[in-house]
Write a protein that binds this ligand. Structure first.
Ligand code: GAR
Length: 190
């Protein structure tokens, strides 16, 4: 069975959805650990509740990004990860991690890429008056949400729909889509 390490920065609802899919045997992987870059992030509480080991890496404790990402890659190696799964990890992943896990790092982003890369993709799409929004799951490269697209899930936005409603729809879609795509990707690759 493949071993995955999840990366999250905040709430961790996608992390939880993946853990749930594993618990329900809808996704046959071993969750080896959680990498987090924020002390006190709720995803750490979720990890504890599910007895998933976690490791916190704070930017302030490293003099360079390369140093921080080397330490993160070392932790992923120690957990014997096959794949790295970014789920709300709000930081670029750099060479020390990318070079050790080539084509083995995926991310979920709340827009139909290549539209609305980076922060507050939902706000960007709303400001642009999009009538169709969506979610993208993609491989991670050194750019900001620029890696090869694996799957996209669009949904319609109604006239004058509140942001909170849009977010609820989008997150519900993410929680279904990510485990499903991971299943295809991880259970079918060697
Ligand atoms: C998710 O909507 C995810 O798509 C987004 O952050 C949210 C995390 O929510 N990721 C990005 O914007 C990455 N560029 P969660 O912590 O509840 O899973």
């Amino acid at each position: 069975m493949k071993r995955i390490v999840l990366f999250a920065s905040g709430n961790g609802s996608n992390f939880e959805a993946i853990l749930q899919a594993v618990a329900n045997k809808e996704l046959n992987v071993e969750v080896a650990g959680l990498i987090c870059d924020h002390e006190g992030a709720y995803c750490l509480t979720r990890a504890k509740n599910h007895a998933v080991p976690s490791a916190i890496f704070l930017k302030k404790n490293f003099s360079t990004k390369a140093e921080m990402d080397t330490a993160i890659a070392d932790q992923c190696d120690a957990w014997e990860a096959d794949w790295l799964v970014l789920a709300g990890y709000m930081r670029l992943v750099s060479t020390p991690i990318l070079s050790r896990y080539p084509h083995r790092i995926v991310n979920i982003h709340p827009s139909l890429l290549p539209k609305y890369r980076g922060k507050d993709a939902i706000g960007q799409a709303i400001a642009a008056g999009e009538k169709t929004m969506g979610v993208t799951i993609h491989y991670v490269d050194e750019g900001m949400d620029t890696g090869e697209i694996i799957a996209q899930f669009p949904f319609d936005v109604q006239e004058n729909e509140e942001r909170s409603e849009i977010e609820t729809k989008l997150h519900a879609l993410e929680h279904i889509a990510y485990p499903k795509v991971l299943k295809q990707l991880l259970e079918e690759t060697l």
